[in-house]
Ligand binder design. Sequence first.
Ligand code: MN
Length: 196
Amino acid sequence: MYLYMNYQLPKLDFAFDALEPAIDARTMEIHYTKHHAAYIDKLNTVMAKYPQLDGSLEELMSNIDSLGMAESDLATFRNNGGGHLNHSFFWSILGPKKSVDEVLQKRIVRTFGSVDMFKEQFSACALSRFGSGWVWLVQDASSSLKLYSTANQDSPYLQKHIPLIGLDVWEHAYYLKYQNRRAEYVSAFWNVLKLV
Ligand code: MN
């Protein structure tokens, strides 16, 4: 009997080739069916050991210090629960016609000065992330916007922050098309999440 939630790949609301040319179909397919699926498999395996845990994945990640998991399971949860949360969020904001909503755009301009200044800081943040990680625009506990990057699959929920924009800067997210040219990938991102 399984009491725990069996996590599954979320349905994509776009085809693998819908983000071309910014994100190529082959990368999209491997990223979703292999990378994201692998995080989910490992997450389900670790969660099966803790059927008493209750709450959404966001809630569990926000309270990671009180889950009572063994240390190695905690690392597995942090990496793979984060992997599932991060990728699910990422797919949800992308699309050939997706754009940052007007309210958020106004908040971005108020916080960062202008859309261009925000994009500049966002790129700098993406390029300064050494190795694998993510770039995030989040809302913190005081409802302020914050821009930062996280290593590996660390989720903003670890800091009780709510993600508003996120970009995967692991090489698996762009290497087939862009190889080492992360900056090109970052600027192409704004074609599949419009912010003007
Ligand atoms: Mn990824």
